[in-house]
Write a protein that binds this ligand. Structure first.
Ligand code: ADP
Length: 374
């Protein structure tokens, strides 16, 4: 049986393990928190630090394939493992580019896909040389996640909020839509695309509020988005699953924001909404099976379930029974013991042929279902 390792045991690892249950594969998780959402679902749990060379190398050395649920992993250990024949998804060359927002932006420029104009800054004081970039977005090169590591800058006074570390300063795009394209690449180079997802961002938390798939966009924008995302993924020259996040502006220009080389929040609807989910698809890629069918069974919306403001402690879910009683609604609770404001604790998928029903139920669920403390 193929031995497959996942670096990180959060919700993405958990959903990958749920999909792995359909396949002949022995699963291994490396994660520091032994109470993490994945611990009891894998065959073998190793407590360890995914950013530590020894921990990652020792974890991976007996395995056939290794994937990640987060980019912040020790790339040197993965490089050594890759050199020794372990297949890493994504490959380490692609991971190295994606891990740094500077290298990522330079990559998009080099392959000539549209992405916001940017300059590299190394310290907060550098920002003052780039007042012509305002309004802008400052993004830390390494370690950002879920909007942490991103600061919006409207005036020079905002430079104070800037990062005193390598970062990119990007011209602000007047965003009309945030789209995500999930794309899978097999080990033999076969490629399949999921339909575009429309991500509606909560401006306050800088976190996905809800998403709709397929995105309601004109066909010509959809073709453009697909072509751009496909080019990005082809140029990474790696098997795996990728989420290419794109913006459109008020003139319907397309920009690549960033790429995640892994299963992604914007693809969670695919568990119920598509014939082959993003999690199923990654196993097909890693185990060398034919790729699955990305078509939708029904259009979907997703609501992320995040920890309420002012609630830090052991999690409790209010409104769960009411939401579980709704038709064509699927609740995923990730099994994290502790909640804190903005923490991703679960998601809910809604299926319907009626766009109005998707939105109505999404709003209803946001009102009903809350993560609070006991
Ligand atoms: P993260 O990797 O932490 O998710 P992103 O680069 O995706 O960070 O940025 C988080 C959010 O900030 C985006 O979803 C978008 O709403 C906003 N944002 C990022 N870049 C720009 C930009 N160039 N112009 C306008 N808004 C942006």
């Amino acid at each position: 049986m193929i031995k497959a390792g996942i670096l990180g045991g959060g919700q993405l690892g958990r959903m990958l393990l749920q999909a792995a249950a359909n396949y002949p594969v022995e699963t291994f998780i490396l994660e520091n928190d032994s109470a993490c959402p994945s611990a009891h679902l894998c065959h073998h749990f190793t407590k360890g630090d995914i950013t530590n060379f020894e921990d990652v190398y020792n974890f991976g050395k007996g395995l056939d394939v290794v994937t990640i649920e987060i980019e912040h992993v020790n790339e040197d250990a993965l490089q050594k493992l890759e050199n020794e024949g372990v297949i890493i998804f994504p490959n380490v060359a692609a991971l190295k580019i994606i891990k740094s927002k500077i290298l990522q932006k330079e990559f998009y420029k080099a392959i000539e896909v549209p992405s916001g104009e940017f300059v590299v800054t190394n310290s907060k004081t550098d920002l003052h040389q780039h007042t012509n970039f305002l309004p802008a977005v400052h993004k830390i090169a390494k370690g950002g996640y879920d909007g942490k590591g991103v600061e919006l800058m409207h005036t020079c006074a905002d430079f104070e909020k800037g990062f005193d570390a390598p970062a990119v300063l990007e011209k602000m795009v007047d965003i009309k839509k945030e789209l995500s394209m999930i794309i899978a690449v097999s080990q033999t180079g076969e490629i399949v695309l999921y339909e575009p997802v429309d991500m509606v961002v909560d401006q306050r938390l800088n976190l996905l509020s809800y998403q709709i798939c397929p995105a309601v966009i004109p066909e010509n924008i959809m073709w453009k988005a697909e072509a751009v995302a496909l080019k990005v993924v082809k140029e990474f020259k790696s098997a795996g699953i990728f989420a290419v996040e794109l913006f459109t502006d008020q003139q319907d220009n397309i920009y690549v924001n960033e790429t995640a080389p892994r299963v992604h929040n914007s693809g969670h609807h695919s568990i119920e909404a598509c014939y082959s989910s993003q999690f199923d698809m990654l196993w097909r890629v890693m185990l060398g099976y034919p790729l699955g069918n990305t078509d939708h069974i029904l259009p979907a919306a997703i609501v992320n379930l995040v920890g309420e403001e002012n609630h830090t402690g052991e999690a409790e879910y209010t409104g769960l029974k009411e939401v579980l009683a709704m038709d064509n609604v699927f609740v995923h609770i990730y099994g994290k013991k502790m909640t804190k404001p903005g923490r991703k604790m679960g998601h809910v998928t809604i299926l319907s042929n009626e766009p109005q029903e998707l939105l109505h139920k999404a709003n209803q669920i946001k009102q009903l279902l809350k993560v609070v403390t006991k």
